[in-house]
Ligand binder design. Structure first.
Ligand SMILES: Nc1ncnc2c1ncn2[C@@H]1O[C@H](COP(=O)(O)OP(=O)(O)OP(=O)(O)O)[C@@H](O)[C@H]1O
Ligand SMILES: C[C@H](N)[C@H](N)CCCCCC(=O)O
Ligand SMILES: [Mg+2]
Length: 244
């Protein structure tokens, strides 16, 4: 597939949102990224290649992104069982879209939007296709894309974050940075020192979503999201394009 557009500063057109695990806050972080970009005047679509654990017609991750950020959204395939896509598809005897079908769907969204946010299922190496390809393989099939890693604030996150970042770098995927999915209102020394460690990494901390953010009214969520993600806002800054 031909190269996808790089739209602003060092922020690519296609942003792959992965995480250190399932339930780390990728969907809420995707909504916050989308809100920041929409607020900056960009058109944004979010795409979930494989949505598991949601019944037909029920709101999935993309409905949450649409609710919080007013972005356009699309899903590749939806499966009922709350588990990894490949075994969920096998249980339902449902074929999964191929990697090139996902890449084509994302390329189509990229033709009509400034940014496409691609949210994986669980962590980076969860299999998304019948051939066992992962979100990392999808990122590699999307030239010019970059990856954001969503991570926990709690004890254990340093190892999980570094393992995920190593897997991203090892495959030559552009590392955009890390987002803490839920930052506690009363952080202790573990969370505080974890945050300092992540901030010191190169392509380090883009920001942290405060605990309780998904419970905010959508208008408040959209207004506050840029302040949660100062590192991402910097990547969007025109100064990084060399514009005065
Ligand atoms: N900042 C936050 N404050 C409070 N709750 C949060 C926050 N971020 C996420 N949550 C909640 O934690 C749960 C898991 O978050 P989320 O759905 O974003 O995880 P995920 O990483 O996208 O998981 P999946 O692998 O299923 O896509 C959800 O109920 C969500 O509302
Ligand atoms: C159902 C769940 N919320 C996710 N959508 C799928 C998570 C798959 C995780 C697989 C694994 O790493 O063991
Ligand atoms: Mg999600």
């Amino acid at each position: 597939m031909s190269s996808l557009p790089r739209t602003g500063g060092t922020l690519p057109g296609v942003i792959v949102v992965t995480g250190t695990d399932t339930d780390v806050g990728k969907t809420v972080a995707t909504a916050a990224i989308a809100a920041l970009l929409v607020g900056a005047g960009r058109s944004v679509a979010a795409y979930k290649p494989t949505q598991t654990g949601v019944a037909p017609g029920a709101p999935g991750d993309m409905a949450e992104v649409a609710r919080l950020a007013a972005a356009d959204v699309a899903e590749g395939v939806r499966l009922l069982e709350p588990m990894a896509p490949r075994p969920a598809a096998a249980l339902e005897d449902e074929p999964l879209p191929t990697l090139s079908e996902h890449a084509a769907a994302i390329a189509a969204l990229a033709r009509t939007h400034d940014h496409v946010l691609v949210e994986g299922a669980g962590g980076l190496l969860v299999e998304l296709t019948g051939r066992g390809e992962t979100l990392a393989d999808l990122a590699m099939a999307l030239p010019g894309s970059g990856a954001v890693v969503v991570t926990r604030a709690a004890l254990g996150t340093l190892n999980h974050t570094m393992l995920t970042r190593e897997a991203v770098s090892h495959r030559g995927i552009d590392q955009l940075g890390v987002i803490i999915g839920s930052w506690p209102s009363d952080p202790g020394p573990v969370e505080t020192t974890n945050r300092e460690y992540l901030a010191d990494l190169s392509e380090g901390l883009l920001g942290a979503i405060p605990a309780g953010a998904p419970g905010l009214l959508p208008d408040v969520f959209r207004a506050e999201a840029p302040g949660w993600l100062p590192g991402l806002a910097r990547l969007l800054s025109p100064q990084r394009l060399g514009t005065p």
